[in-house]
Design a protein around this ligand. Structure first.
Ligand SMILES: *Cc1c(COP(=O)(O)O)cnc(C)c1O
Length: 384
């Protein structure tokens, strides 16, 4: 087990050691850890739905009806009606014929990529793609080919040069990138995909509920729903609950039900989760001001940081400030924590070497006063 000691020792000395930190409670843009309350800038609960009474009520009702567990895979006896209602609503939101629920967004990506590609095929994905997409590509046995971030021309070059070598080609990109907070060039990338006869898949994990008409996402906002074959996302971020989904035409969904291993070989989600997800989708319609307030908060915070001369990335509720060195990112986050702000440093291997950053997740629950105070503090601790 020497290798284990070496691994842990190295992570510790490079400032890369990850640790768990249990919260006593959370909600309303705050988190309580170790007896102290912090403003939470590390959660994906963008619309503040995770403690919404309607979601809680719907999940309790579903628990009363279906129990706490689904007892089996959906293809055995674990399928319940509430999943179908959720899938219909999700398909409608995404402008697709049908949708399919997964246990998580991670499992959706891993399973879908591996179901559509195999040996002799290629997965073309953005250089900043989420780990779940890369893991799916690795599991599939297909060749992984990465294009420069958000660069449809580079993708086209790669397809021209190498596209002919493979039987099936799948292009995967994100509509909001999780570590840079910028929007994917979905329309352009999907157009290239069409021209070269590829399947196109978009990951809307951070976009669903936040952007687009009715919170439908960036694919719909870009008018690209028709051009993108597979739209995936999660209920675990802006929608405040849990579970992943894939939306597409009927054939795609039928294929996944038959061939996707991460759908088939796992127990169905509890009914409570589907109940909460349905309530969240209803709230996208009933409380549209949540999106507006969230995006207003993000724009305000980004503006404050830029006015302080900081290097700010992105154009969404994810606001990364680049600090470079991993140790420095850790020191800054510790200083901010002392002042009552929970902000996580993002370090390699999650982001490239030398681009460590503080990643601020702005949410609906943050007031302008808190955002201004955090901006002041961030500028103050920048040189620690
Ligand atoms: C969070 C995330 C996922 C995984 O979703 P979960 O439901 O949390 O498993 C997939 N893709 C991206 C881009 C994400 O940020």
């Amino acid at each position: 087990m020497d290798w284990l000691d070496r691994y842990l020792g190295e992570r510790q000395s490079n400032g890369l050691m990850r640790q768990l930190r249990p919260a006593e409670n959370r909600g309303g843009g705050r988190v309580c850890v170790g007896g102290r309350e912090y403003y939470d800038f590390s959660s994906n609960d963008y619309l503040g739905l995770s403690d919404h009474p309607k979601l809680k009520e719907a999940s309790i009702n579903a628990t009363q009806q279906y129990g706490t567990g689904s007892s089996a895979s959906r293809l055995l006896s674990g399928d319940i009606e509430i999943f179908h209602e959720l899938e219909e609503r999700t398909a409608k939101l995404k402008g697709k014929e049908r949708a399919l629920l997964f246990s998580s967004g991670y499992q959706a990506n891993v399973g879908v990529v591996a179901a559509f590609c195999g040996k002799g095929d290629a997965v073309f994905c953005d250089r900043l793609s989420h780990a779940s997409i890369l893991d799916g590509a690795a599991m599939s046995g297909a060749k992984l080919i990465r294009f420069r971030h958000n660069d449809a021309e580079h993708l086209e070059d790669l397809l021209k040069k190498r596209g002919g070598d493979f039987a099936r080609r799948l292009i995967v990109t994100e509509s909001i990138f999780s570590m840079d907070g910028d929007k994917g060039a979905i329309g352009e990338i999907a157009d290239v995909g069409r021209r070269y006869g590829c399947m196109v898949m978009a990951d809307e994990a951070h976009a669903t509920g936040v952007f687009g008409p009715g919170g439908s996402g960036v694919v719909a906002e870009a008018g690209a729903s028709e051009k993108v074959d597979i739209v995936m996302g999660t209920f675990s971020k802006a929608l405040g609950s849990f579970g992943g989904y894939v939306a597409g035409d009927s054939k795609i969904i039928d294929y996944l039900i038959n061939a996707c291993r991460s759908f088939i070989y796992t127990t169905a989600l509890p009914g409570a989760v589907a109940g909460a997800n349905i309530a969240a989708l209803k709230l996208l319609d009933a409380e549209p001001e949540r999106r507006k307030i969230l995006l207003g908060n993000a724009e305000y915070f980004r503006g404050c940081l830029i006015a302080k001369g900081l290097e700010v990335l992105g154009e969404s509720q994810i606001v990364p400030v680049v600090v470079g060195d991993a140790d420095r990112a850790v020191r800054m986050s510790e200083r901010l924590r002392e002042d009552g702000f929970w902000v996580l440093p993002i370090r390699p291997p999650t982001v490239p070497e030398g681009s460590s950053r503080l990643r601020f997740s702005v949410t609906y629950g943050h007031s302008r006063e808190v955002l201004m105070a955090l901006c002041e503090k961030t500028a103050e601790v920048f040189d620690v």
